[in-house]
Design a binder for this molecule. Structure first.
Ligand SMILES: *[C@@H]1O[C@H](CO)[C@@H](O)[C@H](O)[C@H]1NC(C)=O
Length: 322
C-alpha cells in the first residue's frame, strides 16, 4: 500500500473518531438535559438524526455507525468504501433507498473483508467462507441481497453508478464479536490478546504500518504438563509443529503472500520483540485445534529515523527487519 493511501486512511480514522467523540458528547448532554422530554415529537425526531448521517464519497473510509448516502452527480464507475470497526466487533451492512439500474450495468457489492491492490484480507486460506460466498451482490439475478454481515472487523462495499441522481443509503452497524479472529488494527499502536480455544483455525492480526511488535505473553499447547517440547524443534523451525505464532511482514494485505520474519513455537513468559519496517506487519496464530492457544502483544509505530534509509529505492517487495 502506498504511503499516501495509508496516510489518507489514517487521517480519515482520526477525523472520524474525533467526530464520534463530538456526537457522543452531544448525546450525553441531551440525555442529562431534562428539557429533552419537553421537546415536540418533530424536534425529537430531528435530534435522533444525531445518529450519524453523512454523504458517502466515491472513495471513502467509514469507522462509525451511521447512515451514509451516495448520490451520483456524474457517472461513477469505480467506487469503494472501506469499513473498519474495533478489534472485537463485526460489521452489519444494510442498503436502503436503492435507486440504481442493474440492467444498465450499475452494481453494488458488499465484501466480507478488504480488497486492496487485488489482495484480500483475510486471505482465502484464513477465512472460513469460500471466496464467492464473501460477496453479496445487490444486482445478482440468482441471490440478490441488501444486507451483509462481516466475519471480522473489516468489510467493504464496491459500487458503480452510471446515471446522475441515482444512489443508495448504506447503514453501518457494529456488533460485538466474542471470538475475534482476523483483525485489522485501526491504529498504529496498541495491544491485543488473541485466543484460539480448541479450534483448528488460523488467525491474523494485521497492522498496516511499519511497527515494533513486542510479544508479552505466549502460551501454546497447554495439554498434559509432562509433555515437554523437544529442544530440537527450535532448529527445525515451527512449521512441523501444529501450534505456533509467526510474525509476517510485507507490502500487501494478503497474509499468505507475506514474508515470515520469525516463528515461535514455545510458550514464552519473557519478551520477544521485533521491528518490522514493512507497510503491513502481522501476528499470525496457527492452531491445530488440540489446545487453547493465546498470544498477547503490544505494538507501536516505527519513527522515521528507525526506518531503513534504503527503503525508498528498494524493490517494491523488500522490507526490513531488526
Ligand atoms: C493453518 O496454517 C497452516 C500453515 O500455514 C496450515 O498448514 C493449516 O492447514 C492451516 N489451517 C487451517 C485450518 O487453515
Amino acid at each position: 500500500m502506498s504511503v499516501a493511501l495509508r496516510t489518507q486512511m489514517f487521517l480519515f480514522l482520526i477525523s472520524l473518531s474525533s467526530r464520534t467523540g463530538l456526537s457522543r458528547y452531544i448525546e450525553d448532554n441531551e440525555a442529562a438535559d431534562g428539557l429533552y422530554s419537553l421537546l415536540s415529537l418533530d424536534q425529537k425526531r430531528e435530534s435522533e438524526d444525531f445518529i450519524f448521517r453523512r454523504p458517502l464519497r466515491c472513495l471513502d473510509m467509514l469507522a462509525t455507525d451511521g447512515y451514509f448516502t451516495f448520490a451520483a452527480s456524474q457517472p461513477q464507475l469505480a467506487c469503494a468504501a472501506f469499513i473498519i470497526a474495533g478489534p472485537s466487533e463485526v460489521i452489519s451492512l444494510e442498503l436502503s433507498d436503492v435507486n440504481i439500474d442493474c440492467s444498465a450495468g450499475d452494481f453494488i457489492k458488499m465484501f466480507d473483508g478488504w480488497v486492496l491492490k487485488g489482495e484480500k484480507f483475510p486471505s482465502r486460506q484464513d477465512h472460513q467462507l469460500p471466496l464467492h460466498q464473501r460477496y453479496t451482490d445487490y444486482c445478482s439475478s440468482a441471490a440478490p441481497a441488501a444486507t451483509s454481515r462481516s466475519s471480522q472487523n473489516v468489510a467493504m462495499i464496491f459500487f458503480r453508478i452510471h446515471s446522475p441522481n441515482s444512489g443508495f443509503t448504506l447503514a453501518v452497524r457494529k456488533l460485538h464479536n466474542p471470538f475475534p479472529c482476523n483483525i485489522m488494527s485501526q491504529s498504529p499502536e496498541g495491544s491485543f490478546t488473541m485466543v484460539m480455544p480448541h479450534q483448528r483455525r488460523n488467525c491474523s492480526f494485521s497492522i498496516i504500518y511499519p511497527v515494533e511488535i513486542r510479544l508479552t505473553d505466549l502460551s501454546l499447547g497447554q495439554a498434559k504438563s509432562n509433555e515437554v517440547s523437544p529442544k530440537r524443534k527450535v532448529w527445525a523451525g515451527c512449521s512441523g509443529s501444529g501450534d505456533y505464532v509467526e510474525l509476517l511482514g510485507g507490502n500487501g494485505v494478503d497474509t499468505s503472500m507475506m514474508f515470515p520474519m520469525a516463528d515461535l513455537c514455545f510458550s514464552l513468559t519473557g519478551l520477544a520483540q521485533m521491528k518490522i519496517g514493512c507497510d503491513n506487519s502481522v501476528v499470525r496464530l496457527v492452531s491445530s485445534g488440540n489446545y487453547i492457544n493465546r498470544v498477547s502483544f503490544q505494538y507501536r509505530l516505527l519513527e522515521q529515523r528507525e526506518l531503513p534509509k534504503t527503503r525508498e529505492n528498494a524493490l517494491d517487495n523488500f522490507c526490513s527487519v531488526e
